[in-house]
Write a protein that binds this ligand. Structure first.
Ligand SMILES: C[S@@+](CC[C@H](N)C(=O)[O-])C[C@H]1O[C@@H](n2cnc3c(N)ncnc32)[C@H](O)[C@@H]1O
Length: 299
């Protein structure tokens, strides 16, 4: 074995777990049997959760007594909601930042089992709000309903929000207005094309946030496939990170934290990096891993 291939104590220690700690309007009440029971504001929902293959802490009767609706999948990504009590078409929750500002989100039960928010991302919103301020620039790629964009804007940063779907951008605009914010730059564009164009123009950002799905389509039918294009995206993104700037990459698509670290180490060899899992802790004590996360800070 060559000397360089011996794992160091740092190699063994360097994976992290991140949890959101400021929620009052979200709670993972329990998880298990392939499902999660969680409260969004006043509404308790049951959704499929492939990671939760252990036994739940509460009984089925207790779950059913609390839940207002359960999502019944009919395919890999689609399905429908079965109401167990009366449910609203949409409702609102808030995420309180340390600054005293609150991010507001309009939620609805979509046919993809999501409700318009990934609550574990609260851990990133705090980091973003802490890091950025007036005069800083953030690029949010695959930005969905924009929690990261709102956190950055609430801190006073200039925000460019890129997502392929116009209706999703309209949803985020509503969240921005509900949060009492304005001035986010909206781009309905293919994330890879946009980033490569920014690199060619020499534009830079103090923070790049990206949450690429395993597959997707740009607005002009551009095909996104994670394994095939992630390296190209990382290379383009690395060239638009300003000196002293940072990257947050997370993915729900099965890339492990060590894989994320290897990908970024070659793109930003001098950056300080942390990789690990974004998690939620349930009221019954289980730690639910929700995705992989990497944070890198350039010198
Ligand atoms: C997993 S969601 C991101 C969740 C988000 N980070 C959050 O925490 O709320 C993936 C998003 O990528 C968008 N998307 C898919 N393919 C895209 C592409 N080629 N270019 C830009 N956005 C794309 C989808 O519309 C969707 O909003």
């Amino acid at each position: 074995m060559a000397q360089d291939s011996y794992p160091t104590p740092e190699d063994a220690r360097s994976l992290h777990r991140w949890f959101p700690t400021r929620w009052r309007d979200h709670e993972l009440l329990d998880c298990g049997n392939g499902k999660r029971l969680e409260r969004f504001g006043d509404l308790v929902l049951i959704r499929p959760e492939p990671h939760a293959i252990w036994a739940p802490g509460l009984s089925e009767q207790e779950w059913r007594g609390m839940a207002a609706a359960e999502f019944a999948p009919t395919g890999r990504t689609k399905g429908h909601w079965m109401p167990l009590q009366s449910v609203p078409d949409n409702w609102e929750i808030q995420y309180p930042l340390a600054s005293g500002n609150s991010l507001h989100f309009s939620l609805e039960m979509t046919r993809f089992k999501h409700v318009g928010i990934f609550p574990e991302q609260g851990a990133n919103w705090d980091w973003i709000a802490d890091r950025l301020g007036p005069g800083k620039r953030m690029l949010n790629l695959f930005a969905y309903t924009g929690g990261a964009s709102l956190a950055a804007r609430a801190a006073g940063a200039e925000v460019t929000h890129v997502d392929a779907i116009k209706q999703v951008v309209t949803w985020t605009r509503m969240n921005m207005e509900l949060s009492g914010l304005e001035g986010i730059r909206w781009c309905v564009e293919d994330a890879l094309k946009f980033t490569e164009r920014e690199a060619r123009r020499g534009n830079t950002y103090d923070l790049i946030v990206m949450d690429p799905p395993s597959w997707g389509l740009g607005p002009k039918g551009e095909k996104w496939k994670l394994e095939d294009q992630v390296l190209r995206l990382i290379e383009a993104a690395a060239s638009v990170v300003a000196p002293g700037g940072a990257v947050i990459m997370n993915t729900y698509s099965g890339l492990s934290p060590s894989t994320l670290q290897n990908l970024w180490q070659s793109a930003l060899p001098d950056a300080a990096m942390e990789a690990g899992e974004l998690c939620l802790k349930s009221g019954t004590g289980q730690i639910l891993p929700t995705g992989s996360l990497l944070r890198a800070v350039r010198p």
